[in-house]
Design a protein around this ligand. Structure first.
Ligand SMILES: Cc1ncc(COP(=O)(O)O)c(C=O)c1O
Length: 436
């Protein structure tokens, strides 16, 4: 090429959650049964969408207007519904004009960072959902800057670490909080969220709150939307339909803008996001048409409660089973449908090993390990576990930009005997590894 066509931030793009699929499929061809625990898609994992929801979607699909472009910011009825519901929930006014729809929250996250000045950096959690860390890193043309979530304190954010990072890096312009969190399943204490707001005020920052799992916080978790605590701080709250309806294939997520008038540069940045969306015309229409009918239905809340109870039960079962192994720490999640396995500093060792189920799979594993950096011990363990048991998880360090080694699996398996079998197999593999 006449000039270098590679974006300077391209090296930061990584999505291990799906990258591992090709290796798992190759192992599958050798006769290994794969248990897919890598992707957070309730539908792919066998959850059925309730008939009353599919009926609403089917009715809307029969109406020709559902096939039209929608207004750039989103369907008026959907934005009015959300404006009213969210204002009632948080006590903070959200006008329909401050809601902007995207083709899934992944699209919204990408635009949020892409249209930020490259010198303005967003400090995010570690471990973190990789779309945030990858795209923010690509936007800033260097590694995503992170603060630690502390497994010794129920994965709550380390506030001292946040303050230090802000103080020593004047380019940090925003704080990212993912609540309930992916991958840890933690719900943040409202007092901790208030500290985020205080820090944002003190250092003149804005806050990004990814709340895609908000309605999947468990019943006894004290989930509070950041929008209710803002105290005038400019913020973007991110929400979507993928996880809660659940309808990941709808590609429907939205941004809520708060306190846009509090800062001129923030207001201009928000306008640039709206204009970027206008250039694309609009987002998917059908899910926006049905959004008020689904979220406003009296059957919606009971349906959500039933699902979260099942996730909570599976989280407890996983903690009870896996915490029996020395060096393995599982903190019971408080929301969403993920489980993070945290390894203590001595658990993963180069001298420890799990072998593959058959000679052909062993060849594939050896090849894969020869291409893997030998310092990535949780990735090596994840590949060995896959070839040994067929359980496909995601390593924390490369998959979630994490300072802690570990694995993420899901709480989505609804067949109790299959789920129990997966946990027992995992427990035995962890034991075999530690005694190898
Ligand atoms: C924290 C978080 N934010 C955003 C997304 C993206 O969701 P969507 O399907 O709307 O793109 C995910 C998907 O797993 C997620 O876990």
């Amino acid at each position: 090429m006449r000039v270098n066509i590679v974006h300077p931030g391209a090296g930061e793009l990584q999505y291990e959650i799906r990258s591992i699929v090709a290796f798992a499929q190759a192992l599958e061809k050798t006769g290994i049964d794969i248990t897919w625990e890598n992707i957070g898609d309730p539908i792919a994992k066998g959850e059925a969408v309730p008939v009353w929801i599919t009926d609403i979607v089917a009715d809307a699909a029969r109406d020709s207007f559902s096939y039209a472009y929608s207004p750039t910011k989103g369907m008026n009825e959907a934005r009015e519904f959300l404006s009213q519901a969210r204002t009632e929930e948080t006590g903070t006014e959200l006008s329909p004009e401050n809601i902007l729809f995207f083709n899934g929250l992944g699209d919204a996250i990408t635009k949020t960072y892409t249209w930020l000045n490259p010198i303005a950096r967003v400090l995010g959690p570690s471990p973190a959902y990789p779309t945030h860390s990858s795209v923010e890193g690509a936007h800033g043309r260097s590694r995503h800057l992170t603060y630690n979530l502390d497994p010794q304190n129920n994965w709550q954010p380390d506030l001292e670490d946040i303050r230090n990072k802000i103080q020593y890096n004047p380019n940090i312009t925003a704080l990212l909080v993912i609540n309930p969190d992916n991958p840890t399943g933690m719900v943040y204490d409202p007092e901790i969220l208030k500290e985020f707001v205080k820090l944002a005020k003190e250092f003149n920052l804005f806050i990004i709150a990814d709340e895609i799992y908000a309605n999947l916080a468990y019943q006894d978790a004290e989930f509070v939307s950041l929008a209710s605590l803002l105290d005038g701080v400019p913020a973007i709250v991110m929400r979507g339909l993928s996880k809660e309806v659940p309808w990941p294939g709808s590609r429907c997520g939205w941004l809520e803008f708060y306190n846009t008038d509090a800062d001129k540069a923030f207001a201009t940045y928000i306008t640039s996001l709206e204009e970027a969306k206008m250039i694309e015309v609009c987002s998917t229409t059908l899910p926006q048409v049905v959004l008020p009918k689904i979220l406003g239905d009296s059957r919606y809340q009971p349906y959500i409660v039933e699902r979260t109870k099942a996730y909570q039960k599976r989280g407890k079962q996983a903690a009870d089973t896996l915490n029996q192994i020395d060096g393995v720490q599982v903190i019971e999640p408080k929301g969403a449908f993920y489980l993070t396995i945290n390894f203590d500093d001595h658990f993963l060792q180069k001298s420890r090993n799990l072998s593959a189920q058959n000679p052909e799979a062993q060849k594939l594993l050896d090849q894969k390990l020869s291409e893997t950096d030998e310092s990535e011990l949780d990735k090596i363990f994840c590949y060995q576990l896959l070839a040994h048991t067929g359980i496909c998880t995601v390593p924390l360090t490369s998959g979630f930009n994490s300072y802690r080694p570990g694995l993420r699996m899901t709480l989505l398996e609804s067949d109790e005997s299959v789920y129990t079998h997966t946990l027992d197999t995992l427990q035995k593999a962890l034991y075999d590894y530690v005694t190898s």
